[in-house]
Design a binder for this molecule. Sequence first.
Ligand SMILES: [Zn+2]
Length: 137
Amino acid sequence: MSQRRRRIFNAVLFAFSGALAAFGVYLIYLHLNASFYDLLLDLVSGIRNQRLFYAILLLIFAIYPALAFSRSKPVKERKTVAVVSCYGCDYREVRDFQKGDYVFKKLGGCSACDSEQYISAIYSIPISRVEEKEEAL
Ligand SMILES: [Zn+2]
């Protein structure tokens, strides 16, 4: 799912939850401010308790997505990259980390000048950011 789609999905879910919650609160309001007719009806049907039950059910349904979303924040996958620099020029390349890489490891002659290339940094970045970068390019 693309980020934009996810944002729309979240917005729809948020609106839906909000509507459910509002309706639930309204039902509770009706429960607390029952009209005489409701109370009379309640003697026969027990409809007030039923309404309260639905109200609580609605509130649970409204809150559940929020809980589910906050809990299941996907663990962002990361990848390790190494920055290749050159002592002689300002050559700079970010490539995937390779086994045996370490900072200041010498990599041999530069293709642009005759100085030596070395690894100047190793770090990890979230893969989503890599994808974004690739999309931007
Ligand atoms: Zn160079």
